[in-house]
Design a protein. Structure first.
Length: 331
């Protein structure tokens, strides 16, 4: 049964605003790159090391037992903690789903980015891109730029173009997942409210089970995206009672904070699962949407991810302030 929904009003700047010029090699011919001979690349800067991988399987001394289908950050570590933050077989900032609200039963389509070829492009010593040609079902072309900033923070720039009118509900839904390896706490933390009219405070995001109260919206996010019911990817449309007031959040693992920060105009939705990567391995995720998309038009999203020693919520807020301010000022 299809849910009848009327598109809600979005009080913030529209998410995924159309872009005239590209930043990545997707639609910017001035970007110079070489195609990687390996399915992964090591980036190191400041106290952080990251390995960016395409969606190939890898089993060597760098990435032992890495499974096919999981792209993005196969490994993230810090000089204060040498173990991988992510589940070794999986990854973080992994491009997981392309959605238009239809309840696909074919898992290959449900996880389309996992199952379509990717190309790893080397731009410079601190920058790589994952390019994916138009996908087999939705025909979405994309390029993700992973850039390691001077302090080790990762800036992820995502550009997408729909190459055919396959999104039948009029919007493009995009989903990224990070599978955290055995943290002491499965929960996340963000500034927000737990009930309408309540004062802003630090909210502890807890979801009782996979796909139950899993997605947190911004306080002014009244958008409604039509979708089939039941929808098999339960994380996407199961909303919590929490609302965030600032577009960023973090979780803690082994005395380290993993902080994900977003631009307000991109209209991010924060999603979590207590067991997305298996028992004791939560998924700390996010969603972007392009409403009223046009075929052939470029859309861009930008986020930053920081990995740093954890002392307190106030310390995380202080240390990441410059990055959040930079995102507020970016286009």
């Amino acid at each position: 049964m299809r849910i009848a929904m009327i598109a809600g009003l979005w009080a913030l700047p529209m998410a995924g605003l159309a872009q005239e010029a590209g930043v990545t090699s997707l639609m910017n011919p001035s970007v110079r790159f070489t195609r990687s001979e390996k399915p992964y690349a090591l980036l190191k800067r400041g106290p952080v090391e990251a390995v960016v991988v395409d969606n190939s399987a890898v089993d060597d001394e760098v990435l032992p037992g890495h499974r096919a289908g999981y792209s993005g950050l196969a490994l993230l570590r810090h000089e204060k903690r040498r173990e991988n933050l992510f589940v070794p077989a999986y990854s973080g900032l992994n491009f997981e789903h392309i959605l238009d609200g239809r309840a696909q039963t074919d898992r290959k389509i449900q996880f389309e980015p996992r199952n379509h070829p990717m190309e790893l492009r080397l731009v410079d010593a601190h920058t790589v891109e994952l390019y994916q040609p138009p996908t087999f079902h939705h025909g979405l072309e994309s390029c993700q730029r992973y850039h390691l900033l001077a302090d080790g923070t990762i800036e992820l720039t995502i550009e997408v173009v729909a190459r055919k009118p396959s999104f039948l509900n009029g919007y493009i839904g995009l989903f990224w997942a990070s599978y955290i390896h055995q943290p002491e706490s499965l929960d996340i933390h963000f500034r927000g409210i737990t009930e309408a009219g309540k004062q802003e405070h630090w909210v502890r995001g807890v979801t009782p089970a996979h796909g139950v109260e899993s997605t947190h919206l911004a306080v002014r996010d009244q958008r409604r995206f039509p979708h089939d019911a039941p929808f098999p990817l339960t994380l996407v449309h199961s909303f919590s009672r929490n609302r965030f007031t600032e577009p960023w959040y973090f979780g803690v693992s082994r005395a380290m904070a993993f902080v994900q920060m977003f631009r307000e105009q991109d209209g991010v939705r924060i999603t979590q699962s207590p067991s997305g990567g298996g028992a004791g391995n939560p998924a700390w995720d996010f969603q972007f949407h392009v409403p009223d998309y046009e075929v052939g038009q470029l859309y861009r999203f930008v986020m930053r991810a920081a990995y740093l020693p954890y002392e307190s919520t106030e310390q995380v807020e202080r240390v990441t302030r410059t990055h959040r301010e930079a995102l507020r000022g970016s286009r």
